[in-house]
Design a protein around this ligand. Structure first.
Ligand code: PGA
Length: 265
C-alpha cells in the first residue's frame, strides 16, 4: 500500500484529483469506480474545476458507483444517483449514459441488480481505478463488518451505526432505507487500482485497523492489504492512530528522492 499522509483534507482532494486527471490523461476512456458520502465531495469539486479549465475530460470515460439505496427512487434527492448528478455528473463533460449505479430500474427486483451490474462492469472491461471512502466501522461501499471477503454486488443490510451516521440526509427518519445494493468486496478487489481517501479523527481507528491490523471481515477495508495497487490518501487526523506513521512518511520521502534522481519532478 502506498500510504500518503497529507496536511489536510484540501490536500487529500487535490492529490486525489491529480491522480484521476493523470489516469484520464493517459487513458481517456478509463473506467472509474466512484464513491459517495462526505469524503469525496472536495475531490469532486476539484475534478469539476479541472474539467472547467479543460485540464481533464470525462467525455470517453465510464463510471460505476459503489452502491445505491433500495427503496429510494433515482430522482429522489437522497439517492446516490442524485448525489452524483449534483456533485459531479452535471458539472463535467461525461455522457450520462456512461454513468452506472447499482439501482433498480423499471421496477426490477433488487435481487437481479447485482448479477446485472457485475456483467455490465465486465462488459466495460473492468474498473481501472476505484475510488473508496471508508466507514467508521471499516466498511467499503456498503460492505459492512462480517461481509464475505469474496462477495459480489448484492443486497446488504446496513448496520445501525451506518444508518445513524447517514440520518442527517433524511428529513423523515422513517423514510431512511436500511437496505442497499453494494458492489461486493471481490468486485472492488477486481479493480486494477484503488484510491482510498480518509479524512477526520472519526476515521482514525478504521484506518489503523485496516492498514495495520489483521486481515479480517470485521474490518472489511483490511482486504485492501491483499491488493497489488492501492494508494491511501489521509489527512493528519485520519492518520493519527497509525503506529508506523513515521515509516510511511519516510517511504514517501524516499520515493520523492528517487523521482528527483530520475528527473520526474
Ligand atoms: P463518509 O462515508 O465519506 O460520509 O464518511 C464514507 C463511507 O461510509 O464509505
Amino acid at each position: 500500500m502506498d500510504i500518503i499522509i497529507l496536511k489536510d483534507s484540501e490536500q487529500v482532494a487535490i492529490t486525489g484529483s491529480r491522480h484521476i486527471q493523470n489516469l484520464l490523461g493517459t487513458k481517456p476512456d478509463a473506467v472509474l469506480g466512484l464513491a459517495t458520502g462526505r469524503t469525496p465531495l472536495a475531490l469532486y469539486k476539484k475534478l469539476v474545476s479541472a474539467c472547467e479549465k479543460k485540464m481533464v475530460s470525462f467525455r470517453d470515460a465510464t463510471t460505476f458507483n459503489l452502491d445505491e439505496y433500495i427503496g429510494v427512487r433515482p430522482e429522489d434527492m437522497q439517492s446516490y444517483r442524485s448525489y452524483m448528478r449534483r456533485e459531479l455528473f452535471e458539472n463535467i463533460d461525461i455522457r450520462p449514459n456512461n454513468t452506472f449505479l447499482p439501482e433498480c430500474v423499471d421496477g426490477e427486483s433488487p435481487f437481479d441488480v447485482g448479477p446485472r451490474y457485475e456483467e455490465r462492469i465486465r462488459a466495460a472491461g473492468g474498473i481501472d481505478l476505484q475510488v473508496l471512502g471508508i466507514g467508521q466501522n471499516g466498511h467499503i461501499g456498503f460492505n459492512e463488518p462480517t461481509s464475505s471477503l469474496r462477495s459480489r454486488t448484492r443486497i446488504k443490510t446496513l448496520t445501525r451505526e451506518t444508518v445513524a451516521n447517514n440520518r442527517q440526509y433524511f428529513d423523515d427518519p422513517d423514510s431512511q432505507p436500511q437496505l442497499a445494493i453494494t458492489m461486493g468486496i471481490a468486485t472492488i478487489m477486481d479493480a486494477r487500482e484503488i484510491l482510498l481517501l480518509a479524512t477526520g479523527d472519526e476515521k482514525a481507528e478504521a484506518v489503523q485497523q485496516s492498514i495495520e491490523g489483521p486481515l479480517s471481515s470485521l474490518w472489511p477495508a483490511s482486504i485492501l492489504q491483499m491488493h497489488e495497487r492501492v494508494t491511501v490518501l489521509l489527512d493528519e487526523s485520519a492518520a493519527s492512530s497509525l503506529e508506523r506513521r513515521d515509516y510511511y512518511r519516510w517511504v514517501q520521502d524516499q520515493k520523492q528522492l528517487l523521482l528527483v534522481q530520475k528527473g520526474d519532478t
